[in-house]
Design a protein around this ligand. Structure first.
Ligand code: PLP
Length: 574
């Protein structure tokens, strides 16, 4: 019998199961939330959620410190989780399992506690073109600190690390090789065994970023023979704020502590040198995320049997989802995959000819479908592939074929509506008709009243898109480096004018329709205001009044904060 049964697996995830039962009938699906952003973070099964609650209700105490029963119980559960991780990834000893906040912190520890103390000018650190920023920036920082040089392994057309190039890039000057087991954008399982072996052959230390692999592949760090392997609990059905740094004991022993504080010391003195605790505690300064670590053990308990299952039913089901989604997308004329071929895991990245990624992602959101658009924390990869960004569907084993079909149908509807609109606009243009726009709507009060009469995200999204059409285009010459709003996912430009009365007027533009609409809304709030009024304006309250907070709370992610920050900056300049 198969250990993995899709519907039983899915039933463990309350957020998906209970998201909005009223819409179940409407979609003919088992839930109204189609969560396809699993590469960002996975949903949590009930046993992980229960564990967090149980810990605070029954077990809460600081670990390793007190001589009372509660602390002993908490410490036992906490250290038991470490042993589970050790067995889960086949590490030699619990001393090799360091708790961190996540993969990012794990990489920073290696960069600062090892690389910083060993690299000298001219040494080389080899990364790969498809790395997540978490596996680039810590190395750039340490390269800056030590004078080391960063070299980059190129990719094949299918998005794998190009193994034919490793002899040219990894040389006797290489001291560290750090690459992802699986890219968070390309979904390719990289040839890490060959890369680790090559690093070893030149005496370099290897670090594998397993953030995207850990929920899909069975990992054995001893057979991989890597020096370090890092991952985060939240990408494998566990809690946020917990991660693992696996490191060979010989390396961890010689590394200096990353942070100082309680728990990581043996003896502290003002008269003699402070001495450090043994492994793994040397790297765990301060009170750790005890509840998170204990809940993480539950996610391992939940996931490990599926990864170890001889029938391979978990992986086969994941493959079935990838096949179905990839082939259905491939049939849509406008879909352009960013690399050749079907990905190895359910991470599928593409663009849509003639459409802005952010417009598609927000439109899908109105159908209750969560996918990601943007650079996916892999800006160098976007530059390498010569694209601004892309859409990413990332699947987990609780997703279903019915959800994928609904996603594909919704995407086709969006494309169909957009094509219909374009034809209508062309016809009106040819007929010399000018689109009637209501200029009065561009006042803030009118916008608030417009949105107060509009119910539901679907209709509000439509209104935003319609408002976008009223925004006059900014002259091409004015769309330049000076007017560019940095930090916005789409390209957006903003220009300020200042009159004798000290009032500002702004004009703006964007390549994404959704941002054009948001610009109309934001500019209505800031136009004809003084610098003081601009600084004091509360954008969160405004968005709350518009009923948009739930969908578009001002954030870096949707560019709203970047727009507001630029407006405030410009108003300070005079
Ligand atoms: N590496 C990869 C490949 C990732 O996908 C991510 C997160 O998306 C990270 C590293 C960083 O993980 P975290 O944010 O949990 O530290």
């Amino acid at each position: 019998m198969n250990l993995f049964e899709p519907h039983l697996f899915r039933r463990q995830f309350p957020l998906i199961e209970n998201y909005d039962k009223s819409l179940i009938e409407k979609n003919g699906l088992t839930s109204s939330l189609i969560y396809f952003d699993n590469a960002a973070t996975t949903q949590k099964p009930q046993q992980v959620i229960n564990s967090q609650q149980h810990y605070y209700q029954r077990l809460n105490a600081n670990v390793h410190r007190a001589s009372h029963q509660l602390s002993s119980k908490a410490t036992f559960a906490f250290e038991n989780a470490r042993t589970l991780v050790q067995n889960f990834i086949g590490a030699n000893s619990v001393k090799e399992i360091i708790w961190t906040k996540g993969a990012t912190e794990s990489i920073n520890i290696v960069a600062q506690s090892l690389a910083r103390n060993t690299l000298i000018p001219g040494d080389e650190v080899v990364l790969c073109a498809s790395e997540h920023h978490a596996n680039i920036v810590p190395w750039q920082i340490v390269a800056e600190q030590t004078g080391a040089i960063i070299k980059v392994l190129p990719l094949t057309n299918s998005g794998y690390i190009d193994i034919d190039e490793i002899d040219n890039i990894i040389t006797n000057n290489t001291k560290f090789v750090a690459c992802a087991h699986i890219s968070n954008v390309l979904g390719r399982i990289n040839p890490i065994k060959e890369i680790i072996a090559k690093a070893k052959s030149v005496g370099a230390i290897s670090l594998i970023d397993g953030a995207q692999a850990i929920a899909h592949l069975s990992i054995d760090v001893q057979s991989l023979e890597c020096d370090f392997y890092v991952f985060s609990a939240h990408k494998m059905y566990g809690p946020t704020g917990v991660g693992v740094l696996y490191g060979k004991e010989e390396h961890l022993e010689r590394m200096l502590p990353y942070q100082g504080g309680g728990e990581m010391i043996k003896a502290v003195s003002f008269t003699q040198a402070t001495t450090f605790n043994e492994l793994p505690f040397k790297f765990e300064a301060g009170t750790p995320n005890v509840a998170g670590v204990i809940a993480f053990a539950e996610s391992i308990d939940f996931l490990a049997p599926f990864l170890a299952d001889d029938t391979n039913s978990y992986n086969l089901y994941e493959q079935k989802l990838v096949d179905h989604c990839f082939h259905a997308l491939a049939k849509i004329e406008q879909v352009k995959f960013i690399v050749d071929g079907k990905p190895d895991i359910g991470v599928i990245a593409f663009t849509l000819t003639g459409h802005h990624n952010q417009d598609i992602a927000t439109s899908l959101d109105t159908y209750g479908i969560a996918i990601r658009s943007g650079h996916h924390c892999a800006m160098p990869l976007m530059a390498y592939l010569n694209i601004d960004g892309c859409l990413r569907v990332s699947l987990a084993a609780y997703n279903t074929i019915a959800e994928i079909d609904y996603f594909i149908e919704s995407l086709k509807n969006i494309l169909h509506d957009a094509a219909f609109e374009t034809i209508n606009e062309q016809v009106s243009k040819q007929a010399g008709e000018v689109r009637e726009t209501d200029p009065s709507v561009n006042e803030m009060d009118d916008i608030i009243s417009l949105f107060s009469n509009t119910k539901g995200w679907d209709s509000r999204h439509r209104e935003i898109m319609l408002l976008g059409k009223t925004l006059p285009r900014l002259d091409k010459a004015l769309r330049n480096e000076n007017t560019l709003i940095s930090g916005c996912e789409s390209l957006a430009w903003l220009k300020a004018e200042y009159n004798k009365e000290g009032l500002y007027t702004f004009s703006a533009d964007s390549d994404a329709k959704i941002i054009r609409g948001l610009l109309v809304i934001v500019l209505a709030a800031f136009n004809n205001k003084t610098a003081q009024q601009i600084i004091e304006f509360n954008i969160n309250n405004y968005f709350s009044d518009l009923g948009l907070m739930q969908h578009l709370s001002p954030s870096r992610g949707n560019g709203l904060l970047a727009i507001v920050a630029k407006i405030q900056l410009l108003s300070r300049e005079n």
